[in-house]
Design a protein around this ligand. Sequence first.
Ligand code: GLA
Length: 386
Amino acid sequence: MDRHAIARAFAAAYGTAPTLLARAPGRVNLIGEHTDYNEGFVLPVAISRAVWIAARPRADRQVRLFSLNFDQRVTFSLDTLAPDASAPWSSYIRGVAWALQAEGYRLRGFDGVVWGDVPIGAGLSSSAAIEVAAARLFVAVSDLDLDPVRLALLCQRAENEFVGVRCGIMDQFIATLGRRHHALLIDCRDLSYRPVPVQPAAAVVVADTLVRRGLVASEYNQRRAECEEAVRRLQAVLPGIRALRDVTSADLERYGTLLPAVIWRRARHVVTENERTLEGARRLEQGDLVGFGQLMFASHASLRDDYAVSCPELDAMVEAAREQPGLYGARMTGAGFGGCTVNLVAAGRVAEFCQGLMAAYARRTGQVPQVYACTVDDGATVEPWA
Ligand code: GLA
């Protein structure tokens, strides 16, 4: 981030200097896809791309915002909060204010400049990043005391109920609680978590197909409904289950005939992905990068064949990665239908890997992707503007 550019923009917009800087990172999920809303396990990392909000508290309940990415200004009152279709980026910030107030917190306004380098719509959770940065800022300017897990849950509520996307808890959780050089193994049922070191021998490389499809939200909600249907049907023989988290591979073998074929495949993805995620965390802790990589490939195949959330471009990116030197594993990351793959690569071979991947993907598809290494970073911070 260029702090001078933000300070200049702040001065131009508001005639004064900011006093606070909030930052919240984007994320890449190493393994554990479409498991969070099934009360299962995920293993994401916070990445060195983030959303920043420079701000100055106000004495009243007005919020004035200027987005450098969209070159757009908005003003709203904390007393009349509604989504804004003409400035969708601001709806995440309004939504966070709404969720905090719905929980009884009294907020103060601020003037802010928003800037981010998390690619939008790429499956790297730019929306969770802007939500969590805004939440940290509201907490700071309003002198509130909120523990990080509660803050993440409030941001999820903003996205679910105000923005209208039925996401799970993974993205807001990792944007809030991420830890430098570590992935977090998150239990999405009780929200306990365990930091898992990402060895210096491994680099996280993100490969963006640049494909953006509008159907993500509707397909996502349909997958959620299919998982709920699997649970409803299986409860007839497994009355103790509450979510697919409670179902084992052996259960599915035994009672599979109770499920329509498509529902069975969706359930099999979730059940095996939970198993892979727990196993993956163990492998990473043991430094078994080859074993972890194999689980990534298996995760991709399951998302492609059973869960049907991949697309030809994501599949081509994984296949192109397999041909490159230094690769441990590759898979699509995030909701799917476009966006990015995550690649675990030997640290010494990153440059070679990235170049080779770009060329191999271009040969397959005729498109040039964006490929870059990410540092595994800390979760959100808010600090005085220095
Ligand atoms: C999106 C959602 C997350 C999670 C992933 C799929 O990123 O926001 O909650 O469900 O998709 O793993």
